[in-house]
Design a protein around this ligand. Structure first.
Ligand code: PLP
Length: 433
């Protein structure tokens, strides 16, 4: 990698090397593009979730209240808005909301969308091909011994920094699959403990995510009966995430939140490998159209998707190539190389990205907790952390007075109290400085 030549062409690379927060406006945003997937694929994924709803009601009783559908609330944040406006240089004028995926059942994170979806898709295929399942069946039957024994012939493997492994591990193991989760060094201990309590085989590496997923891929390739869920390039994961847009559209309508030319919607999504924010953004652009705009948030120490998109190299470059260390307290974002499909699909659909300092993210964990009594894991607060610089960059081009802002809270409700207390302690120390 000739980094000097890269900097010559894209000065932002120098900014990234210097670990300075910045906002990148995507020059290709809104251009025409031919993508290999479309709205029909989003509806196909939504239909699959609905077929599995009776299964979830039986296998995961916590989903009975929502009739087996895994969905999170859209929460108005008036107190957080007031709190942020005290410290921001730019004012949040319209509404501020939290898309509270931290409350999603099973993993307490956005991975209950994509990760679980890919397991369901594989299970359905096996059940149809070898178990006589038909689409018209009541899928509660998949909780029976017959299907459990069928699924037990197969393995599922995944590499993860934590939450993807949690969502896939819990559902795959309960269906009956022999499940292995390969965890990078960033993964929290409680996530590994929880998975082991479900009987999942957790393989730990004292190394980064790229290493963990490479090992997971290798071990799956060695066993013809093991299915590998590829966080670096899976369209099934991507489409599982995209369903969020259909659900959000319904919530916006029922909560009277307009999205049109005079009421643009800005959605702030933290990015690790870029899969979950890209899937959601793809859905948003297909479902809500040109007045919904997505912005990704990444730590200054590990801006993998930003680096890939700025340079156009996407997954062909890693943050280590430009000599930065890739360390962050945001374990969900601790990925040095973007997925193969994130940058490619976001080229014309993503408004931009912004990078932030870990210290500032920890402050936002505290601010949200103190104003709205909602506890997030650090990664999930990142949307707040890039808002001020986003407003700065956008205000000249959009009618911000009636704009609405959604921060996508990607995880946190299952964080043990000791861990949450430690996050708050770190954030309070930062606020006191
Ligand atoms: C996985 C995750 C993300 C980022 O998702 P990617 O698909 O890796 O980009 C953000 N926040 C949390 C809490 C996550 O678990």
């Amino acid at each position: 990698m000739n980094v000097d030549a890269l900097i010559e062409k894209y000065p932002e690379v120098k900014t990234m090397q210097e670990l300075k927060p910045f906002f990148w406006r995507n020059p290709d945003y809104g251009k025409k593009a031919d993508l290999s997937i479309g709205i029909a694929d989003v509806f196909d994924a939504e239909a699959r979730f609905h077929r599995f709803a009776p299964y979830f009601e039986v296998a995961f009783p916590e989903t009975v209240a929502t009739h087996g559908i895994l969905e999170s609330p859209l929460i108005d944040l008036p107190y957080m808005k007031a709190r942020l406006n005290k410290s921001f240089t730019n004012e949040i004028e319209g509404g501020l909301y939290l898309k509270a995926d931290n409350y999603l059942p099973i993993s307490g994170s956005i991975k209950s969308r994509g990760g679980i979806y890919e397991v369901l898709k594989f299970a359905e295929k096996v059940a149809i091909q070898e178990g006589g399942l038909i689409y018209e069946d009541n899928y509660a039957v998949l909780a029976s011994k017959k299907y459990h024994d069928l699924f037990a012939k197969y393995g599922i493997a995944v590499g993860s920094t934590g939450n993807l492994g949690l969502s896939i591990g819990i559902v795959a193991q309960r269906l009956g699959f022999r499940t292995s989760v390969h965890m990078s060094a960033d993964a929290s201990q409680w996530k590994k403990d929880k998975l082991r309590s479900f009987g999942v085989n957790v393989v730990e590496y004292n190394d980064n995510f790229t290493h963990a997923i490479t090992e997971a891929r290798k071990s799956a390739a060695a066993d013809p009966m093991t299915y590998f869920i590829d966080d670096e390039g899976s369209y099934d994961l991507f489409l599982g995430y995209s369903v969020a847009a259909l659900r959000l559209q319904a919530q916006l309508k029922s909560q009277g939140i307009k999205v049109d030319k005079d009421h643009p919607l800005f959605v702030y999504l933290p990015a690790g490998v870029g899969g979950s924010p890209s899937g959601v953004t793809f859905g948003l652009k297909k479902v809500l159209g040109e007045n919904a705009h997505a912005i990704f948030a990444e730590p200054t120490h590990i801006p993998s998707v930003t680096l890939g998109m700025v340079t156009g190299l996407n997954d062909k470059i890693s943050v280590y190539d430009i000599g930065i260390d890739g360390t962050t307290k945001a374990d969900g974002l601790a990925v040095g190389r973007a997925s193969r499909i994130a940058g490619k699909n976001m080229r014309t659909l993503l408004l931009g990205t912004a990078t932030f300092k870990d210290e500032d993210m920890m402050k936002d964990v505290v601010r949200l907790y103190e104003t709205e009594k909602i506890g997030l894991e650090p990664s999930a607060a990142a949307g707040f952390t890039i808002m001020d610089q986003s407003l700065e960059n956008l205000s000249a081009d959009f009618p911000m007075k009636n704009a609405n802002h959604i921060v996508w809270a990607t995880g946190g409700s299952m964080v043990p109290k000791e861990d949450m207390d430690r996050y708050l302690e770190i954030g309070r120390e930062e606020l006191a400085k």
